[in-house]
Design a protein around this ligand. Sequence first.
Ligand SMILES: *[C@@H]1O[C@H](CO)[C@@H](O)[C@H](O)[C@H]1NC(C)=O
Ligand SMILES: *[C@@H]1O[C@H](CO)[C@@H](O)[C@H](O)[C@H]1NC(C)=O
Ligand SMILES: *[C@@H]1O[C@H](CO)[C@@H](O)[C@H](O)[C@H]1NC(C)=O
Ligand SMILES: *[C@@H]1O[C@H](CO)[C@@H](O)[C@H](O)[C@H]1NC(C)=O
Length: 215
Amino acid sequence: MPRLNTLASIWLVVTIASYGQTTRNGDGEAYNLTESEYLSLEGGSLLPFPDLTAKVEKDVAEIRSKFPEIRNITHNRKWIPGQVLSTRIRQEQIEKLNTSSYGPLTKVEKIDVKPFFVITVMSFNKPYSPPVLCQKLEGEFGFPCTSNIVYYEYEVDNIAYRMSNSTYVFKKGTGMCKENCEDRLLWEFLVDENGSPSLVQEWVVPQNGERVVIA
Ligand SMILES: *[C@@H]1O[C@H](CO)[C@@H](O)[C@H](O)[C@H]1NC(C)=O
Ligand SMILES: *[C@@H]1O[C@H](CO)[C@@H](O)[C@H](O)[C@H]1NC(C)=O
Ligand SMILES: *[C@@H]1O[C@H](CO)[C@@H](O)[C@H](O)[C@H]1NC(C)=O
Ligand SMILES: *[C@@H]1O[C@H](CO)[C@@H](O)[C@H](O)[C@H]1NC(C)=O
């Protein structure tokens, strides 16, 4: 969370959670994206462009087909697309943003966290990646900006994509357990130019937190 201090971050999390802004099911939100659209955004793209989304969909299908042990691992989204938060944005900046190439804004909601600050929740008419958008907005408009992060009650399975080197990390989460949990298992795959996946490494993070490379 760039430029938000620790206190602000904690309050942001508590407040957003208590206002139900971040829920597992994302009540009342605007976009229902596919797994490959989410992965494209999380991999570093501003929008889920069709070419990229098609590549990701094909890559993930190839990985699942070649490596059956990770076939059942699914993606769980990190944040709500097309939505950003700011604790320090002025009305004129909102108006400028609304009429900019990123706009229009479909909804602007203010949450007053007395006596700390006001959180402005801004929704856009496109399913932007919040971290990629925030970096642009901070540079071009000068207000601090953060993603609307989704919190999970327990450690979920996940898939992460990195556009920069065409790698995918599949993670088997520890699930709902509180004691005697299973270890986290992770696999990193590289998909080459021909669309062929290979296992780069496989590792386990046991409950004591120390990483052990398996392969
Ligand atoms: C997205 O899915 C949720 C839950 O199924 C639904 O309530 C909502 O109306 C959907 N939104 C859109 C824009 O399709
Ligand atoms: C994946 O799920 C299917 C259906 O629930 C199950 O039969 C299969 O054993 C699972 N595979 C792995 C590797 O967990
Ligand atoms: C954004 O601009 C449109 C068109 O000018 C306007 O109708 C809308 O009220 C504006 N929204 C905000 C949040 O300023
Ligand atoms: C891909 O990039 C990430 C982040 O820079 C790095 O941690 C990872 O080792 C890279 N993987 C490969 C196979 O190059």
